[in-house]
Design a protein around this ligand. Structure first.
Ligand code: NAD
Length: 486
């Protein structure tokens, strides 16, 4: 039977939540933390965002956002209403009632949980009875109870008794026009039933819809579910990339194959091939699962193989461009190649783990003269060399021997270049059909065809997200024949 003290505490908390009389804290104001902090402020909570980066805090307090999903005007509105303030960490002052941990969890040779540990220690210093702590950073099952909980309990307070502790994986889809923080369901698992209830209520209030928050039995279930979601994508992207390479060898258009398979009303979800997955999630999250599995002497073989399949797409695309040029009697060495798109997915200014950069590196190493065009990314560093984005609208077609589309972007059209005789290899299904023999598609069988624009949701495309290993290996050349690189 629940004790009356706990019932009173819960009732008081729920009342304060509904009157917005609770202070929300968000540790880490990056891709996931800033949108969450803004949502909390927009929901009417006094919100403090704590970040190690003092310059970033000053910038945010001036109303200048560094995240494309948060506009300056949204930020300024919450500043004007005195609902959002960025505070340089590590100190959590003022002390929040509910605090979200949104710090990075990179993977080098093994999980790097140093940011999580440091954030948990900051919370422990100010922890008081009744506080609600919600971890969101992606990690292996067990992180909340094995790492975060003991650090918090160094305060002398007990999780599930004195304070609530839960894990809720972030599902933000940066740059998405359809899915956002206010319509994407979230799962949450606490260390106790009361922890789940209190944390779910806070998250629901911040998101603006309690029905979006789905409780699960434990933090470990929520942690594993996040890794399952991204391993599922990694494996399916790897599968479709493998099928695309095979279909090309067989002279079959993989696009037609995918469209045909997608007519099945159940049991099949369409994924599309591309340069390989990038960003912070798909390349790294499955590594967390694989690492934890190894501790149990368990090999996550499907994850490893899918990562390899995705890894070799950069070299595969490079070879396809090389072959296309050869058919036109041109060597790649000395040719001027314009690559379009460097972000890890369309319409996003984020090159973390972007495989487009690996393709640029391969081209440059083969002796090609490489340029890129990306309206959102003014400069990139590839293999120690700084590249400056070309203005596609102002570019002279005579300056390029071939165009390689690596990442789709809205309203991309290359008619001026095509009319001037510049061949195009479209690895991102970005161009509308009817562009003639000068355009070759990654999706097509071999000789140029006229594919229509691919309408598939970006989430299910192989392009734009990157494989799981941090190195630049590309696996084997995917077919058993000699390839000349120059
Ligand atoms: N970016 C995404 O699309 C995405 C999607 C789902 C899940 N995630 C996960 O969310 C977590 C956060 O990722 P992100 O992309 O928001 O990170 P990010 O790198 O964009 O931002 C993290 C911020 O935390 C700050 N920080 C680090 N340690 C701190 C500390 N101890 N105290 C205060 N501030 C600190 C950094 O200065 C930085 O501003 C990761 O585990 C990531 O895997 C990210």
């Amino acid at each position: 039977m629940p004790d009356t003290r706990s019932i009173d505490r819960t009732q008081e908390y729920m009342a304060r939540l509904s009157t917005r009389n609770l202070v929300i804290g968000v540790i880490g104001l990056g891709y996931t933390g800033l949108p969450l902090a803004l949502a909390a402020a927009q929901a009417g909570f006094t919100t403090f965002g704590y970040d190690h980066d003092a310059e970033l805090c000053a910038q945010l307090n001036r109303g200048v956002s560094h995240i494309s999903d948060v506009t300056n005007s949204e930020l300024r509105a919450t500043r004007a209403a005195d609902l959002f303030t960025a505070v340089p960490a590590p100190g959590l002052s003022p002390v929040p009632d509910v605090v979200f941990l949104c710090v990075p969890t990179p993977f080098g040779q093994m999980p790097d949980l140093s940011y999580v540990r440091s954030a948990a220690r900051s919370v422990a210093k100010v922890l008081r009875p009744g506080m609600v702590v919600i971890a969101q950073s992606t990690s292996y099952p067990g992180t909340t109870t094995e790492i975060v909980q003991p650090l918090l309990e160094e305060s002398g307070l007990r999780a599930g008794q004195d304070f609530a502790l839960a894990f809720s994986p972030e599902r933000i889809d940066p740059g998405s026009s359809g899915w956002n923080i206010h319509n994407t369901p979230r799962i949450i698992g606490g260390v106790s039933e009361e922890s789940t209830t209190l944390a779910a209520a806070a998250l629901g209030a911040v998101l603006g819809d309690p029905a979006l928050v789905l409780p699960v039995r434990s933090p470990a279930v929520a942690e594993f579910a996040k890794l399952l979601e991204n391993s599922y994508r990694l494996v399916n992207i790897g599968l479709i990339n493998e099928m695309a390479m095979l279909a090309h060898e067989m002279g079959i258009d993989i696009r037609e194959v995918i469209d045909a398979a997608a007519t099945k009303p159940y049991g099949f979800q369409a994924f599309y091939p591309g340069v390989g997955p990038g960003g912070a999630c798909i390349p790294e999250d499955p590594l967390y699962l694989a690492w934890k599995a190894r501790a149990l002497e368990f090999d996550t073989r499907l994850i490893d193989v899918a990562a390899e399949e995705n890894q070799r797409m950069a070299r595969y695309i490079f070879v396809r461009v090389l072959e296309m040029m050869s058919r036109r009697g041109r060597a790649l060495g000395g040719s001027r190649v314009l690559c379009i798109g460097t972000g890890y997915k369309p319409d996003i200014a984020d090159t973390r783990h972007s495989r487009s950069l690996r393709v640029m590196e391969l081209l440059a190493n083969s002796g090609a003269r490489v340029d890129y065009a990306d309206g959102l990314i003014p400069t990139v560093n590839v293999d120690g060399r700084e590249y400056k984005s070309v203005d596609l609208d102002a570019a002279d077609p005579a300056d390029f021997d071939v165009i390689l589309v690596l990442v789709a972007r809205e309203n991309l059209e290359l008619n001026r270049f095509i009319a001037a005789g510049v061949p195009v290899f479209d690895a991102a299904h970005a161009l509308a059909g009817g562009t003639g023999d000068q355009v070759e598609y990654l999706l097509s069988a071999s000789a140029p065809t006229h594919p229509e624009h691919c309408e598939q949701d970006q989430d299910e495309r192989g392009g734009g997200e990157e494989p799981m290993t941090g190195n630049h290996g590309d696996g084997e050349i995917p077919f058993g024949r000699e390839v000349e690189f120059r």
